[in-house]
Design a protein around this ligand. Structure first.
Ligand code: 6PG
Length: 246
């Protein structure tokens, strides 16, 4: 197992501070990708991320940054295998957040949940491969659960060891709903950039273990992200950063 690369922690002190720092980061990553290959292709996650993602982009637009979202393609790092209008759908949560965003011109790439789970994962993998440049995302934007999971990669789950890039199915997710599709670690780690948004006291213990590194961190799925390709950037708040060294 290669040594874990050092993460970069961005500690924010308020929602406005998070919006500004995450918004500036997303703008910079989008500009870099558009300059490099004419579009920005990234994957985002569910949970609290849709709200944070839309709020930070709203800050960027309000700050006068030209996001060029018409050149953006947005996939899901993981998605629940439910109808797209189901309250559990990450796509539904993202669309809900974007209802008040007239500036949003990006192409969202939802899964096709009418396909059986395995076929849905395979079809999504083909859609990703048809859109990314040189086989990699420009950015993967992740959350972390209190157990250290990220996307739908859970502690001790065999999918953590899936050796190849792609989109795979999981039918026993410990976080409901049980059936999902998820990017594999090789796909996440091949991305040009990876960032986490991890907020609240509930994440503090796992973050402290990730920051400390060492054998304990190897059991935390989120710690396995970007171990070869350089560290991930973590956007934190006072709660999630509360156990990190000052
Ligand atoms: C999902 C998410 C999941 C999420 C974490 C953190 O679809 O369930 O992608 O991986 O990012 O569970 O969720 P919170 O940010 O809401 O704590």
């Amino acid at each position: 197992m290669p040594p874990l690369s050092r993460p970069t922690f961005v500690k924010t002190t308020s929602v406005d501070d998070l919006n500004e720092k995450l918004g500036a980061y997303l703008f910079a990553e989008s500009q870099s990708a558009i300059q490099a290959h004419g579009k920005f292709v990234f994957a985002t996650s569910g949970g609290s991320l849709p709200k944070a993602f839309v709020s930070s982009l709203t800050w960027a637009v309000t700050a006068g940054l030209d996001l060029r979202t018409d050149l953006w393609h947005v996939f899901y790092a993981d998605e629940r295998h439910v109808p797209l209008d189901d309250p559990e759908s990450n796509h539904a949560a993202t669309l809900e957040g974007l209802r008040a965003a007239p500036w949003w011109k990006a192409t969202l790439h939802p899964i096709n949940p009418t396909l059986a789970l395995e076929a849905c994962a395979a079809a999504y993998q083909a859609e990703v491969e048809g859109c990314v440049t040189r086989g990699v995302f420009d950015l993967v934007l992740l959350g972390m659960g209190p157990d250290g999971h990220t996307a739908s990669l859970f502690p001790g789950h065999p999918l953590l060891l899936h050796p190849t890039p792609g989109v795979v199915a999981i039918s026993d997710s410990p976080k409901p709903p049980p059936c999902r599709v998820t990017l594999t670690l090789p796909t996440i780690n091949a991305s040009r950039a990876v960032a986490f948004v991890a907020l609240g006291e509930g994440k503090a213990q796992k973050l402290a273990a990730i920051a400390a590194g060492g054998p304990a961190a190897l059991a935390i799925p989120s710690a396995l992200v970007r171990q070869e390709g350089g560290g991930a950037t973590w956007f934190l708040d006072t709660g999630s950063a509360s156990l990190l060294p000052r």
